[in-house]
Design a protein around this ligand. Structure first.
Ligand code: URA
Length: 223
């Protein structure tokens, strides 16, 4: 069963028939894989410690859909977790396995769409339906100060989840805007495609995180 007010879809969430059927087919093909909506990755200190929420697009087929942890098992995770560790937003070693012991620090990671979409492309109705979970995910962190969206789809869905107009808060790599008392940072998605084509370099990605880390530090020092 899927509870509409819950931040996490049920294991067999039926709300997007196309994604439900796609996962069902992969359960048959790869019964050892996770093959379900991928839950938000939380720090061990719990919801109250989260000041930064990172919103990705959707699980990769052989990444998060296989392992059950966002950005774990595909290239995007190597860049994301390496950068998080370097900026003090995660600790331990990232070994691309959910049992690698990596821990987030003051940070949570979720996806705009929780189920793996065919061809990595969720359709508009699926993105809108999965906001049913993005909204309460944002609301569950009482000390949230910042959100980083990865890519324009995650950005637009987050803006809508925050009750703002997309036209008023357009996506821009390296952008920082205010939305409902939260600093909304945005970056190009750290996908292999974007890094291979030079749309996003490691330097560009690191610089977004440096800005976020400085912002969070400043928040801590503010009276
Ligand atoms: N893995 C995820 O969990 N999300 C993405 O957006 C990409 C890869």
């Amino acid at each position: 069963m899927t509870d509409a007010a819950s931040p996490e879809p049920g294991h067999d969430c039926p709300l997007c028939p196309r994604l439900h059927d796609f996962i069902a087919a992969w359960r048959e093909r790869e019964p050892g894989w996770f093959n379900a909506p991928v839950p938000t990755f939380l720090p061990p200190e719990g919801e109250g410690s989260v000041r930064l929420l990172i919103v990705g697009l959707a699980p990769g087929l052989r990444g998060a859909n296989r392992t059950g942890r966002p950005f774990t098992g595909d290239f995007a995770g190597d860049l994301l977790y390496g950068t998080l560790i370097a900026q003090g937003l995660a600790r331990g070693e990232f070994k691309a396995r959910p049992d690698d012991g990596l821990e987030l620090v003051g940070t949570a990671i979720t996806n705009a769409v929780r189920c793996v979409p065919p061809e990595n492309k969720p359709v508009g109705a699926e993105i809108a339906t999965c906001r049913t979970f993005l909204r309460p995910t944002i609301a569950r962190f009482p000390n949230l100060r910042a959100i980083l969206t990865l890519g324009s789809i995650a950005h637009q869905s987050t803006v809508r989840a925050l009750g703002e107009r997309v036209a008023a808060l357009p996506f821009r790599h390296g952008g920082r805007q205010e939305a409902g008392g939260i600093a909304l940072f945005s970056s190009y998605h750290c996908s292999r495609y974007n890094t291979n084509t030079g749309v996003l370099t490691q330097e560009m990605f690191v610089s977004v995180f440096k800005e976020i880390a400085a912002f969070l530090k400043n928040q801590t020092q503010a009276p």
